[in-house]
Design a protein around this ligand. Structure first.
Ligand code: CP
Length: 314
């Protein structure tokens, strides 16, 4: 399978083969990152713009580092200091970036569909770094990469996603990726944040946390997305933590080799106890490390790379 897309907008529209191509390419770039010289000239002379209109630590910095490792020129757009503040539209902003020869525009925006909108009129490649509660495709790719690296497979695994599913773009992208690759996905959290309608995607929905974690090979915890909630979805953080938080008592009910994942940022003491976030079964920081190789792969592919076979000669 060779990659043919100019943009990465979501996981929903990808085929399983395209997902595998990204993961295989990321594996090749991870090997490059273990060499003494970690830079390759694959994007030499290209310009990558990080157009982040929402806060980010992991995604923005790893895209910046990924572009640098590929020898691209990188511009970090600062929304607060930009002409968006003077009323310029997103469309005009993006067209001006393209006029400055941006080859790849990486966008994070609070509005669902913002990357899809840009891709309709830009010749530059567009990469979705998170759009509202819709999708966060590179997060799902780095999560599946990490699972594959740790478990050697995705098909047949039981993956439980626990927390605020309703407002989570990470959940939606993970659900698409995991189901396309043959995993079984269980969703759990307060009923206000885990609507039964997710069963129509092919997930199991349960509100019993002990049941959700008992047979899980992977437990992926999500924080409460307060910034997207227009009203209170549960009585208090203390109650959420006591009913759904992963603590020592609940960890004892899980399979001994179940992995603990979290896309970050973590709210210690709410969805996850601090000692569990830092325990030997937690792969939270490995997810962050893998994000670099995955984002190098995505930039390489949307720029015209075909797949892992080209990484060695990049
Ligand atoms: N996981 C994630 O998207 O983290 P940031 O918001 O820090 O990029």
């Amino acid at each position: 399978m060779s990659w043919k897309r100019k943009d990465l907008l979501d996981i929903e529209s990808l085929t399983p083969e395209e997902i595998i191509t990204v993961l295989d390419t990321a594996r090749a770039f991870k090997a490059v990152g273990e060499r003494a010289i970690k830079k390759v000239p694959a994007l030499r002379g290209k310009t990558v713009v990080n157009l982040f209109i929402e806060p980010s630590t992991r995604t923005r910095i790893s895209f910046e580092l990924a572009a640098q490792r590929l020898t691209a020129d990188v511009i970090n757009f600062t929304a607060e200091a930009s002409s968006l503040k003077k009323g310029e539209t997103l469309k005009d902003t993006a067209r001006n970036l393209e006029a400055l020869n941006a080859d790849i525009i990486i966008i994070r925006h609070s509005a669902t569909g913002a990357p899809h909108f840009l891709s309709r009129f830009l010749k530059s490649s567009v990469v979705n770094a998170g759009d509202g509660a819709h999708e966060h495709p590179t997060q799902a790719l780095l999560d599946t990469f990490t699972i594959l690296e740790k478990k050697g497979k995705i098909a047949g695994l039981n993956v439980t996603i626990l927390g605020d599913i309703l407002y989570s773009r990470v959940a939606r992208s993970n659900i698409w990726a995991l189901l396309k690759l043959g995993a079984r996905v269980t969703l759990c959290g307060p009923s206000t944040l885990v609507p039964k309608v997710f069963e129509q995607m092919g997930c199991r929905v349960t509100y019993n946390v002990e049941e959700a974690i008992a047979d899980a090979d992977i437990i992926n915890l999500l924080r409460i997305q307060h910034e997207r909630q227009r009203k209170s979805m549960f009585p208090s953080l203390g109650e959420y933590s006591s009913l759904f938080g992963l603590n020592k008592k609940r960890l004892a009910l899980t399979k001994p080799d179940a992995l603990i994942m979290h896309p970050g940022p973590i709210n210690r003491g709410v969805e996850i106890d601090s000692e569990i976030a830092d325990c030997g079964r937690s792969v939270i920081l490995e997810q962050v490390t893998n994000g670099l190789a995955v984002r190098m792969a995505v930039l390489f592919l949307v720029n015209g790379g075909k797949g892992p076979q080209e990484v060695g000669v990049a």
